[in-house]
Design a protein around this ligand. Structure first.
Ligand code: PMP
Length: 289
């Protein structure tokens, strides 16, 4: 495996970051998970726009500009030889001292890994998954806006520890006011009388690249799409539910907190959007070769 690290391609064993890097010491940094489909990188500009947005919010000067970073990602994908894969792009605050202040970190680090991922068993995509509401609330926008895809994922880790105590595959996270935000590492959707509904990001959700893609595909297919405040009651009485994410793609949700959603099978709109997403992903992207 050839890993991009600060302008060089190195082996996994040589891909080393300082223990004084604030990405490690404080979770100070940002990242993206990106898919390669059929020899092309999916929604690369959208991922980069989100990364640079997060960088701006946390005042992290990414050492490469959009085009340079794009070239580094394409080259990492090319060297991997993967026609289908999953990439991880990370920008850390860089090496500093043991104090917190980023002003002591003059040089952010960038690394890029191309590998593969499969987070849910195949079974889930055919028959749907079970999720549970977790008691850990999504980070407050006023404290750490979930729109920043930061290296500080302890909020998500704590929620995952709760899911691990159940037989569910994902967790549903509420905000401090009790409204639905998103799943732990995926965006959440429901279908209500033919309308495809997801919470606005202002409820405390990441502006998912897959979320945006699915909303576009749904609109193109003629389904009304709404960003709407969602309560747990809305979830329990929904006709269908599904989640979206780069790693997860689109997966049907059929049980939430022991309640069957709709008739307990993946719904027709979910199934249709899954097919449309896969077809779209195969033919849209930045070619690697
Ligand atoms: N929410 C969170 C908290 C995530 O970590 C992810 C995965 N990146 C998503 C949603 C889905 O976003 P995307 O479709 O851009 O992968």
């Amino acid at each position: 495996m050839e890993i991009y690290l600060d302008g060089q391609f190195v082996s996994e064993d040589d891909a080393k970051i300082s223990i004084f890097d604030h990405g490690l010491l404080y979770g100070d940094g940002i990242f993206e998970g990106i898919r390669i489909y059929n020899g092309a990188i999916f929604k690369l500009d959208e991922h980069l726009d989100r990364l640079y947005g997060g960088a701006k919010a946390i005042m992290l000067a990414v050492p490469l500009d959009h085009d340079e970073l794009k070239a580094a990602i394409v080259e990492t994908a090319r060297r991997s030889g993967l026609a289908d894969g999953y990439m991880r792009l990370v920008v850390t605050r860089g090496k500093g001292d043991l104090g917190l202040n980023p002003i002591k970190c003059p040089k952010p680090s960038i690394f890029i890994i191309a590998s593969t991922i499969s987070i849910y068993p195949e079974e889930v995509y055919r028959h749907g998954m079970k999720i549970v509401t977790v008691s850990t609330r999504r980070n407050l926008l006023e404290a750490l806006n979930p729109r920043v895809k930061s290296l500080n994922y302890l909020n998500n880790v704590l929620a995952t520890l709760e899911v691990n105590r159940t037989d569910a595959q994902e967790g549903l996270m509420l905000n401090a006011d009790g409204y639905v935000t998103e799943c732990i590492v995926d965006n959440f959707f429901l279908v209500d009388a033919g309308t495809v509904v997801t919470p606005p990001t202002s409820m405390g959700a990441l502006k998912g690249v897959t979320r945006d893609t699915v909303m576009d595909l749904a609109r193109e297919a003629g389904y009304p799409v709404e960003e709407r405040i969602i309560t747990l009651h809305d979830v329990y009485v929904a006709d269908e539910a599904f989640l979206t994410g780069t790693a997860a793609e689109i997966a049907p949700i059929t049980i939430v907190d022991e309640r069957h959603i709709g008739n307990g099978e993946p719904g027709p709109i979910t199934t249709d959007l899954m097919a449309k997403f896969h077809a779209y992903a195969q033919t849209n992207g930045t070619p690697v070769g």
